[in-house]
Write a protein that binds this ligand. Structure first.
Ligand SMILES: Cc1cc2nc3c(=O)[nH]c(=O)nc-3n(C[C@H](O)[C@H](O)[C@H](O)COP(=O)(O)OP(=O)(O)OC[C@H]3O[C@@H](n4cnc5c(N)ncnc54)[C@H](O)[C@@H]3O)c2cc1C
Length: 383
């Protein structure tokens, strides 16, 4: 693994760094509610888009800069350095866009990609169901063909950002008579129809980031099938691979900033020389560096072998565990303020609980590492 940047990578970094210095993101509006915060992230995405920086990793023909994987990682590191917010349409840019680019028809690419990049049309991911999360292929939402359209009935859950979304990446069962991975189809579903009901789920943080979706004979035209009927599992894997690869890098950068802030808070409280805190802070620093290097190693593997290795699972597992430890220590450092609703550290502490569930639970990631990295035997499900 070579962590030295080439001249062109350095030029890319400097250009974006200069742009960020001249276009610093506005700070989050103080005391803003969820809608206002979403508006703030949307305005930031628009500024990136207007300057051609919304998704440099996208091909030039779709509004990107054809950035290499390394440049794309540099991009996320620089966004993190500038403490820029996550784009409003993060699921559209990182998940839906690349999936449509790989599997979509020319008409779908023409129709959907540009408004994803500009943030005009927000996207959500309708995968998980009450009885299908880790075992996604067990999903039950049905899609029944009716002439040149599909009628969708079922329930999705944990659908982040559905309340702001125009479109949903929806996986539904189109053939219940074949093996569970084979009877699925991937659809682009218009959220703006009365047959799609969105009910917010309030989290421990107090915000309702995600939702339940009730689909009662929702309509999807045939032209919104992606990758062919019965091929939904393969298309969904593309979305999931992009989820881990794209978000992984952004997350480790944010972790570093949170740790920097914790160091500052510990210094303010005069705790840096207290061995109990110093030891824990040092451990967190080492973990952060390990995660950063592992994320870069994962990138090298993709560049070398053309596909992601197990590093993505290790990074996700270590990141979620470290973020929980970090925010727990922050509560000790900051004291009662970190346990007071509405403060920044209390939000971080509570939000970190979901980290070991979202995007693949820690138990499932451990299975992947056990089986695919350590070569341990597969766990046989109890009869
Ligand atoms: C903040 C957040 C945002 C989310 N956003 C979205 C979204 O936008 N769209 C979407 O579709 N989903 C979303 N999800 C859902 C997420 O992908 C699922 O919660 C996750 O995949 C786990 O599925 P589940 O909740 O059904 O739990 P289950 O799969 O039912 O798991 C329950 C428990 O059993 C364990 N378990 C399951 N299988 C195994 C196994 N084989 N071996 C060992 N242990 C196992 C799990 O680790 C877990 O502890 C979000 C979740 C969170 C927390």
């Amino acid at each position: 693994m070579d962590l030295t940047f080439s001249d062109s990578e350095l030029a890319f970094r400097d250009e974006f760094r200069r742009w960020l210095a001249d276009n610093q993101p506005d700070p989050a509006p103080p005391g803003a509610d969820e809608d206002a915060l979403f508006g703030w992230r949307r305005a930031w995405q628009r500024r990136l888009y207007d300057a051609g920086w919304a998704a440099p990793q996208w091909p030039v023909e779709y509004g990107g800069r054809a950035a290499s994987l390394t440049e794309s990682a540099i991009y996320f590191e620089e966004l993190g350095r500038a403490r820029a917010p996550m784009s409003a349409n993060v699921l559209g840019v990182l998940l839906a866009g690349p999936t449509i680019m790989q599997w979509g028809t020319p008409e779908q690419k023409e129709r959907y990609l540009a408004p994803i990049l500009s943030g005009e049309e927000i996207w959500c991911q309708g995968f998980s169901e009450p009885d299908a999360g880790s075992d996604l292929a067990a999903l039950k939402t049905r899609a029944v063909k009716d002439g040149d359209r599909w009628v969708i009935t079922g329930q999705k859950v944990w659908t982040s950002g559905a309340q702001y979304s125009k479109w949903c990446m929806l996986v539904a069962r189109t053939d219940p008579s074949v093996a569970k991975h084979k009877g699925l189809t991937y659809f682009l579903m218009d959220m703006e129809q009365p047959q799609v009901q969105i009910r917010p789920l309030r989290q421990i943080t107090g915000e309702a980031e995600f939702n339940e979706l009730f689909l009662e004979e929702a309509i999807i035209p045939d032209e919104n099938v992606v990758g062919g009927v019965g091929n939904g599992w393969m298309v969904a894997l593309t979305t999931l691979m992009n989820e881990r690869a794209g978000l992984g890098f952004a997350l480790q950068v944010r972790l570093r900033h949170l740790l920097d802030d914790l160091f500052a808070a510990a210094a303010e409280q005069g705790l840096l020389d207290d061995p109990r805190y110093a030891d824990e802070l040092a451990e967190l620093h080492i973990r952060c560096e390990t995660i950063r290097l592992m994320a870069w190693k994962g990138l090298s593997a993709v560049e070398k072998y053309g596909q992601p290795g197990p590093e993505g699972s290790l990074v996700k597992w270590l990141w979620s565990d470290t973020n929980q430890r970090l925010t727990q220590l922050a509560a000790d450092v900051v004291g009662p303020e970190a346990l007071t609703a509405g403060t920044r550290w209390s939000y971080e502490l509570l939000r970190a609980r979901g980290n070991t569930i979202e995007g693949g639970t820690t138990e499932v990631l451990k299975n992947i590492v056990a089986e695919r990295v350590l070569g341990l035997p597969r766990l046989k499900a109890a009869a």
